[in-house]
Design a protein around this ligand. Structure first.
Ligand code: SF4
Length: 151
């Protein structure tokens, strides 16, 4: 069983991993066109670890949301249907920062991200996570009453 304090520590650690990724001198240029967020269209869905799901859920709740609903067109539930912008951009998962998007420079190489992924996996393990899980399912899980404050 994990406490809220355990989750708070994990959230801080995941945000530090994201910050470290941003500090790396690797050219990325996310212009927010959001093509990569239309999962059915691109045929990819990000998978995320439990710590990443906690960060995404925190950002979603900060936007006043209590539930995660899957859009009929198969896009990411966090993509704004009208503006086409990510509604949890600062809390978006690692995969959204490093993979998928050709417009942003294409996927990061494994060597560029290996150590950071390892740290995310260690946090997941400590939280009792199941490894990387489909984005929607992962965030739904940590927002459910069962997922809050425990694992
Ligand atoms: S979390 Fe944001 S950046 Fe990632 S797929 Fe969803 S809308 Fe796109």
């Amino acid at each position: 069983m994990k406490s809220e304090a355990d989750h708070a520590v994990a959230i801080r650690e995941v945000l530090e991993i994201y910050a470290e990724w941003q500090r790396r001198p690797i050219r990325r240029n996310c212009t927010g066109v959001a093509d990569c967020c239309r999962f059915r269209l691109v045929g990819h869905t990000p998978y995320l670890t439990k710590g990443e799901a906690l960060v995404a859920a925190r950002a979603w709740k900060a936007a006043g949301r209590k539930e995660v609903a899957v859009p009929a067109d198969g896009s990411c539930p966090f993509l704004h249907p009208e503006t086409g912008k990510c509604r949890i951009y600062d809390g978006r998962p690692f995969g959204c920062r490093t993979h998928f998007c050709a417009a942003a420079g294409g996927p990061a190489s494994r060597a560029e991200v290996r150590d950071l992924i390892q740290r995310l996996e260690e946090i997941d393990h400590r939280l009792g996570g199941k490894g990387a899980v489909n984005l929607t399912a992962a965030v739904k899980e940590v927002m459910s009453p069962r997922g809050k404050g425990q694992s």
